[in-house]
Ligand binder design. Structure first.
Ligand SMILES: Nc1ncnc2c1ncn2[C@@H]1O[C@H](COP(=O)(O)OP(=O)(O)OP(=O)(O)O)[C@@H](O)[C@H]1O
Ligand SMILES: [Mg+2]
Length: 555
């Protein structure tokens, strides 16, 4: 069956320029848009939710708090697609009963607000009727559109049919494997979209958090992300003058007594400009609870902030701060360095050092004498690969010509894992055919001291990552200390353990070698340290205090 959307992917939200484009593309006099349908069904998006509905990104990620209105928002997004003939959508969740929540809300819109009635048989479905088949987990409309429920627990039910759109509810509970292997392939025919909504879960759904982070910043992956905190689940009605309590309550399909209680200081009928708060949940109750609940838990459950994995080695690395396309853009005037970690995963970080001045920043990094480290690119192959293959990729990149350092610029061209003498020789032999004098340095770097050093570069805000170096950010999120059991979660200190788990650290390791070789350690009491241990611990104490102030005092 051909998709009824005929290649437009997204139904327009308003009568805007995109709406004009779809009219031309379809060759229709009129094209329905979402806002008009919502008006009829009496759906009012929360103010911060419009941006979610308007976005035409292929991958939309919504991190929400509990009772933030996620399912309600998603069900309202679905209805215009159901009313459009011959569309197919999927609702995916942890199990069928969780997916069913969304189906029930969609069905509620159809019956309560759009007078679409329930038909008794699929084959005799009449105009204005729908049919729900529990056996097939399928909600079908007379116009040929349907919504299928899918469970993460039965991936085999994700058959080879083309689909126009997919919604994952409670996405942190959906394994990433299904995302790329079962879901996205279904969307190819129609160029469809996928909307993933969920709350951030501790130690689960890394991909969901990762995509959320990517979507918050610049990216060329067509990922956009949004927040729906519980604390914003209310409307503000602006009085025009003369409205009665009942009019406003009816408008929002809510109970007048509830509106009255939520706005005790307001006199009715309204004066022009009076603001009325329409609560969808009991926010006063939640504010009281806030005092009791652990701040981290509150952030994760109600403020839609990632709780973070407390076992992360670099907990404050985040994409919105450190990924910066402009600062980490390749500069043909500066030499390029390779930081190489060969092995099962073959990783190469491509680095330039830029002066603070050229970036318009202050220089505070005591190790680097004012230089900032910019990861301009990366090569990351997770299947065992040979150095020759990697080198072929290197030669094809734009920055390759800047590996020719002028003799007065730099005496070496990068670094490689000290444990890989074989690959080092291959690199040097191979590259010297084109770049005379190509040299990689090596140095044995202690794990803990290396971690501390990279942390210092982060603390000083002197590391910038180009969005194309995606795996670097992935590693920074995944590199972790060994997790303690659930029972010891409250008391176990992950950092009391010696070294992090030796995975998700290839680019990180390579970068650490380069930073240590070039600028020395932070806080190691050997001669190689540029900053003494005493000074380092004084600094880290300060940092912890600031962190505490930020979290607890400013809450
Ligand atoms: N735009 C809106 N207009 C009116 N009511 C809304 C709106 N958005 C959310 N609500 C109400 O807020 C409550 C919570 O919404 P919903 O169930 O969608 O939240 P959720 O984030 O999916 O919660 P959960 O954590 O339980 O999955 C519901 O009672 C819903 O009807
Ligand atoms: Mg929900």
């Amino acid at each position: 069956m051909r998709s009824g959307l005929q290649g437009i992917s997204h139904i327009p939200t308003y009568q805007d320029t995109y709406w004009q484009e779809t009219k031309e593309l379809l060759g229709w006099e009129q094209v329905p848009h979402k806002a008009a349908i919502w008006k009829v069904m009496g759906y009012r998006p929360l103010p911060h939710v419009w941006a979610i509905h308007e976005s035409r990104a292929t991958h939309r990620i919504v991190g929400g708090g509990n009772r933030g209105g996620k399912t309600y928002m998603a069900s309202s997004e679905v209805v215009p697609y159901m009313l459009w003939p011959n569309t197919t959508g999927w609702v995916v969740s942890k199990n069928y009963s969780m997916a069913d929540q969304l189906r029930l809300e969609v069905q509620g819109w159809l019956t309560d607000r759009l007078q679409i009635t329930r038909g008794t048989r699929l084959d005799t479905l009449k105009w204005g009727e729908y049919y729900w088949s529990p056996k097939n987990q399928r909600l079908q409309l007379w116009n040929g559109s349907r919504l299928d429920l899918k469970s993460v627990e039965s991936p085999d039910s994700m058959h080879a049919v083309p689909v126009d759109y997919i919604i994952i509810d409670e996405a942190a509970l959906c394994p990433f494997f299904l995302y790329d292997n079962r879901l996205i392939p279904r969307l190819i025919d129609s160029g469809g979209w996928i909307l993933s909504i969920g709350t951030f879960e501790f130690l689960q759904g890394e991909w969901f958090e990762e995509y959320f982070d990517i979507g918050q910043g610049d990216n060329d992956l067509d990922i956009a992300s949004f927040m729906m905190p519980t604390t914003k689940n209310f409307h503000i009605y602006m009085g025009r003058g003369g409205e009665e309590l009942k009019d406003v309550a009816d408008d929002y399909h809510t109970n007048p007594k509830k509106v009255m209680k939520g706005n005790p200081d307001i006199t009715w009928p309204l004066k022009p400009g009076t603001q009325v708060i329409i609560n969808n949940i009991d926010l006063k109750w939640l504010e009281k609870e806030r005092k009791r609940i652990d701040p981290r838990t509150f952030e994760a459950r109600y403020l839609a902030k990632s709780a973070g994995n407390q076992f992360r080695v670099f907990p404050d690395y985040n994409i919105s701060t450190f990924v910066d396309k402009d600062k980490a853009e390749y500069d043909p005037d500066l030499p390029v360095f390779l930081a190489i970690d060969p092995g099962g995963t073959y990783a190469v970080a491509v680095v330039q050092f830029k002066t603070a001045h050229s970036l318009g920043l202050e220089s505070v990094n005591e190790l680097s004498s004012g230089y900032h480290c910019c990861i301009i690119d990366e090569i990351y192959l997770q299947t065992t690969t040979t150095t020759h293959e990697i080198y072929d990729i290197v030669t094809s990149r734009e920055w390759f010509s800047r590996l020719w350092h002028q003799p007065w610029e730099e005496p070496y061209h990068g670094c490689i894992d000290v444990m890989a003498p074989e690959q080092r020789r291959t690199w040097e032999r191979k590259v010297r055919e084109e770049i005379p004098g190509f040299r990689l340095r090596k140095k044995k770097v202690g794990v803990a001291a290396g971690v501390k050093t990279l942390q210092y570069w982060l603390d000083m805000g002197s590391l910038w990552v180009h969005p194309r170096a995606r795996w670097f950010s992935t590693e920074m999120k995944r590199y972790h200390y060994k997790e303690v059991s659930l029972a010891r979660l409250e008391t176990g200190d992950p950092r009391a353990k010696k070294n992090p788990v030796d995975s998700w650290n290839h680019l990180i390791k390579a970068l650490i070698y380069l930073l240590v070789i070039r600028c020395g350690y932070w806080g190691k009491s050997k001669e190689s340290a540029k900053v003494s241990r005493e000074k380092a611990s004084e600094y880290s104490r300060k940092r912890r205090q600031e962190e505490y102030r930020r979290r607890v005092i400013h809450g």
